[in-house]
Design a protein around this ligand. Structure first.
Ligand code: DUC
Ligand code: ZN
Ligand code: ZN
Length: 482
């Protein structure tokens, strides 16, 4: 057998185990894994480093306008480059529908924007307007094209689709084997807090944390799970930020919900004290749900270890600290006028590796699962996320000993800050390859703009989470089937 590339003498880490060995790559796919593989047009000496599945970033906002019309600082070129420097070989940003827009129009917009990606990509839709046309034609057509997931919001007046809207979406997603993702925060609870804080003149960035209480997330997660259970549909809870929310996910899975969930590095690394930095600095740390406290961080780590979370995603939502982003409404805007989100697509995996693997909180195998393998399975990327014959050669070689501090320059994005600035890191991805092509090598970009390809995704994989339908839905289906 001849190989285009052989990676030799690595510690090959997969979600299910690790071993010393070599990987042979032919025609952009993994062709062989063995203790020793000879030959190869190119031989890459892994020198005992960790050879892992390339990261899959399943939550990022790229070339996306917020509902308030603010464009992210990163487009598909800069966002994908930044992702690759952080050890990712593919990503799934959002294609967001504005109210009144057809799904066809949304996808045409993002198809034009995504052409410059240097890594493989797909989209999750964001649906803010579940009209009959969207439910009966737009979504089924998108699912048929391999865009098999969509996100909905339970908060923000311009995005919240209400319980009835969610049930409609969950139903059409279930029928088509697609997965509904949800931003779970109770809109009215947040608005109630906003009004009271405004009455008291409490509008500095630090009040953002108070304005979006833990209870608002917990209530909405509970409701979202109930709606999904009634519709007998799978659900993915994004950016879980509370201990109570994580506990609800854990309990509901035991109870038979077809449920997936993620958390993000910012909820593990930052606290509401960061929102109280001098002047307007706190604006850099505004994201929703908000960052919480040290107790929450410890609880979220426990849930990561226990398997409550399927992935740790960045929720990269890059708004610069200037008048194009965070300060578009002036130099001292009240917190509700500050764009929600922070960058982190390049920081996610180095941070998780350092704080997780190096500090002994998770194993290298868990890292592979949380950074890549689970996302590939859940989001239907059947040729990605695993190191096995026939899979795309999407690989990151990590040096577990490199020490550095996180800097803005290392992010390679279009941002003017990183919320992780100055944090100590041990471990770094040194070689990153997508479909056998080296994209990043020892800090140098080797990719050309546009070499990333669209990934048509399969239906959601429910193996391991078959679910138990609630009685009434099961009875309805049984009667209807008779
Ligand atoms: N939700 C996200 O997932 N990202 C940024 C802002 C938000 O509300
Ligand atoms: Zn969200
Ligand atoms: Zn997001």
């Amino acid at each position: 057998m001849s190989f285009d590339t052989v990676i030799h003498d690595g510690t090959i880490v997969t979600a299910s185990g690790s071993f010393e060995g070599d990987i042979g790559i032919s025609d952009s796919r993994i062709a062989a894994l063995a203790e020793r593989i000879e030959g190869g047009t190119r031989r890459i000496d892994a020198g005992g480093r960790l050879v892992m599945p390339g990261g899959i970033e399943a939550h990022a906002h790229i070339a996306q306008e917020s509902s308030a019309g603010i464009m992210t600082a990163d487009d598909y070129r800069s966002g994908s480059i930044s992702a690759a420097f952080g050890g990712n070989t593919s990503f799934v940003p959002f294609a967001a529908q504005h109210r009144g827009q057809s799904i066809e129009d949304v996808l045409a917009t993002y198809d034009a924007r995504s052409k410059s990606s240097v890594i493989d990509y797909s989209y999750h839709l964001i649906v803010s307007d579940p009209s009959d046309e969207v439910l009966t034609r737009g979504l089924p057509a998108a699912f048929a094209r391999g865009i098999t997931s969509l996100k909905v919001f339970m908060t923000y007046d311009l995005m919240n689709i209400g319980d009835a809207g969610m049930l409609s979406i969950l139903d059409v997603a279930r029928e088509n084997g697609a997965l509904t993702m949800v931003h779970a925060e109770n809109n009215d609870m947040v608005k109630w807090m906003n009004a009271r804080l405004a009455d008291r003149g409490m509008t500095a960035p630090k009040y953002h944390a108070i304005s979006r209480p833990e209870l608002a997330e917990e209530e909405a997660i509970n409701r979202a799970i109930s709606l999904a259970r009634l519709a007998d549909a799978p659900l993915f809870i994004v950016h879980v930020s509370t201990e109570g929310g994580a506990a609800l996910v854990q309990k509901a899975r035991l109870g038979g919900a077809k449920l997936f969930a993620e958390t993000c590095p910012q909820y593990l690394a930052l606290t509401r004290d960061d929102l109280d930095r001098p002047g307007m600095e706190g604006a850099k740390y505004i994201c929703s749900p908000p960052v919480r406290d040290h107790e929450t961080q410890e609880a979220l780590w426990r849930h990561i270890r226990a398997g409550t979370f399927d992935s740790v995603s960045s929720d990269h939502a890059p708004y610069r600290f200037d008048d194009t982003g965070k300060l578009v409404h002036g130099t001292e805007p009240p917190y509700p006028k500050i764009a929600n989100g922070m960058p982190g697509i390049s920081a996610r995996l180095p941070w998780l590796f350092s704080e997780g693997v190096i500090k002994g909180r998770i194993t290298p195998e868990q890292f592979a699962a949380l950074s890549s393998t689970n996302a590939a399975r859940i989001f239907g990327m059947s040729r990605k996320g695993r190191l096995a014959p026939g899979m795309d050669a999407d690989i990151a070689i990590w040096n577990p000993e490199t020490r550095r501090k996180m800097t803005l320059e290392d992010q390679h994005d279009n941002m003017d800050y990183t919320p992780f600035e100055g944090m100590d890191l041990t471990g770094a991805p040194e070689i990153v390859m997508t479909r056998g092509e080296v994209v990043v090598e020892h800090g140098k970009l080797r990719a050309t703009e546009g070499q990333g390809r669209f990934v048509a995704r399969d239906r959601v994989d429910l193996s391991g989470v078959p679910g138990i339908p609630v009685k009434e839905t099961a009875l309805m289906h049984a009667e209807a089937g008779r």
